[in-house]
Design a binder for this molecule. Structure first.
Ligand SMILES: *Cc1c(COP(=O)(O)O)cnc(C)c1O
Length: 468
């Protein structure tokens, strides 16, 4: 094809229309197949090298077949027997907003490039922040909880050192205190900031896997004695492995007393604030200086859609206290030029995904969804408690549950749980994961799909007994 014809073909509106309709039909059929459980496998596991060989050899006569093949060879998050990692089965409406965002491709750093998306971003943050008790606050949207967390810690560092850590190479040792069960990205963020081994002070957890807050004063004193400046504490809401919420009130009171930055990593469970039944889990969150919330976990949006809230609006401008003159005329606080406050320069259009759900279904949808997922996980724990084959690690706060098959010895118990998880992956009719808690292997489910039923969970129990 001649170059000018090739590019016309690439941007042909009619061809896009036809293929687009075909793709939406395919995706709608797949959704139906999954929700009706007519698809028998959640995952058709293929070893990485085998997968590579397949794709390397594959050729496609038309793009409809290409899209279908990608779909067939992917894990099915919409399937009610998907209970693995904490990623949502996106609401189709939110996915449509993603598709629109992909085509409009509004940058997001500067207002002129993203008038609708940036304004909606502010609207989403303004509507949601009161639920966290941060009425006077502000926030940004960014690409994932990992980036939101490092953004918050960078901001804490600038605020609590009066920008010394931003402008000068570091002589002083800084640290954050965080539960030993916190998400690994907190430690990674601290090491990326160059604080090294002494930068993370791990607070032990209790038998419920919650931070032992009574240890905080002694750990703070020990750091002072070692000339380490503790800048803040990170609370988990909840922790990733066990889904247990830290005592957010207790950590908040401690931070206030000692003038420490209080960050809450509520990537998974922040949306509990929308639920009358579960908002008590987030009580104390209004103490926070910053809060991370992933909408692609418990708010049904596609990945990545993350909010980072700040208690003080002006702090949200302190993270990257540097100027980019070609983008902004001065360094004034301008809510509409989000690039000043985010790690990203070019940014995904993520605000419309969340706002589309708010417009179409109202705030209630987030409550109904969270209640469904949290409620059924408690019921699953009750089923496991009643069955002597199993042990539950801890009664769940959220929709994350760790449990294991018991054997006569610890060694055998570990072996059989590794075996069960492996067999389930090979079988593919359910998808669950595993985790280690105090050197013990546990099976782990996160019930993200609002259509998972008690029957699905009983079938999982039966399947585990069959493969163990
Ligand atoms: C998922 C999660 C993260 C990481 O968020 P991403 O959006 O995957 O980058 C961080 N902290 C907690 C508690 C999480 O559950």
């Amino acid at each position: 094809m001649k170059p000018e014809h090739l590019l016309k073909e690439v941007y042909d509106a009619e061809k896009f229309r036809i293929l687009g309709h075909q793709l939406i039909d395919q995706l709608a059929d797949n959704l139906q197949l999954n929700l009706s459980r007519s698809r028998d496998k959640v995952i058709d596991f293929i070893a990485p090298d085998q997968s590579y060989a397949y794709w390397e050899a594959a050729s496609f006569s038309d793009m409809e077949t290409f899209f279908k093949t990608v779909m067939e060879r992917s894990i099915q998050l919409e399937h009610p027997r998907y209970m693995g990692h904490q990623v949502s089965a996106p609401a189709p409406l939110a996915a449509l907003a993603s598709l629109q965002g992909a085509l409009l491709n509004s940058g997001g750093a500067v207002y002129e490039m993203s008038a609708a998306a940036s304004t909606i971003e502010k609207l989403v943050i303004d509507r949601l922040k009161p639920f966290f008790g941060l009425d006077q606050g502000d926030g940004i949207m960014t690409s994932g909880g990992t980036i939101a967390n490092i953004t918050a810690l960078l901001c804490a560092r600038n605020v609590n050192t009066n920008d010394v850590a931003w402008t000068q190479s570091q002589g002083q040792k800084y640290a954050f205190m965080v539960s030993e069960e916190a998400h690994y990205c907190i430690e990674r963020a601290i090491r990326m900031m160059g604080w090294g081994d002494t930068g993370i002070i791990k607070v032990p957890v209790d038998t419920q896997y919650r931070m032992q807050c009574q240890e905080l004063p002694a750990l703070l004193q020990k750091s002072k004695d070692e000339n380490i400046q503790v800048l803040g504490v990170v609370g988990s809401a909840p922790t990733t492995s066990t889904g247990m919420y830290d005592d957010l009130e207790a950590i908040g009171a401690f931070c206030q007393q000692h003038h420490l930055w209080y960050h809450i990593d509520a990537a998974h469970g922040g949306p509990a604030v929308f639920s009358k039944k579960y908002k008590h889990l987030m009580s104390g969150c209004a103490y926070a200086d910053s809060i991370t919330v992933d909408a692609h976990k418990m708010m049904m949006t596609p990945s990545l859609t993350t909010m980072l809230f700040f208690k003080e609006s002006r702090n949200s401008y302190r993270t990257f206290a540097q100027q980019a003159h070609y983008l902004w005329s001065d360094n004034e606080a301008e809510w509409f030029n989000y690039g000043k406050r985010t790690m990203e320069c070019t940014k995904l259009m993520m605000s419309t995904r969340l706002y589309a759900l708010m417009v179409a279904y109202g705030m209630e949808v987030f409550e109904v969804y969270l209640d469904q997922c949290y409620d059924i996980t408690k019921k699953f724990a009750a089923i496991l408690h009643a069955d002597a084959t199993f042990e539950v690690a801890v009664d769940p706060d959220s929709n994350i549950l760790c449990f294991r098959v018991l054997q006569e010895t610890e060694e055998k118990t570990n072996q059989v749980n590794v075996h069960v998880r492996k067999r389930l992956l090979e079988d593919g009719s359910f998808y669950i994961v595993q985790t280690n808690l105090h050197q013990k292997v546990f099976l782990r489910v996160t019930i993200m799909n609002p259509f998972t039923t008690i029957e699905d969970l009983k079938a999982l129990v039966a399947k585990i007994k069959q493969v163990m």
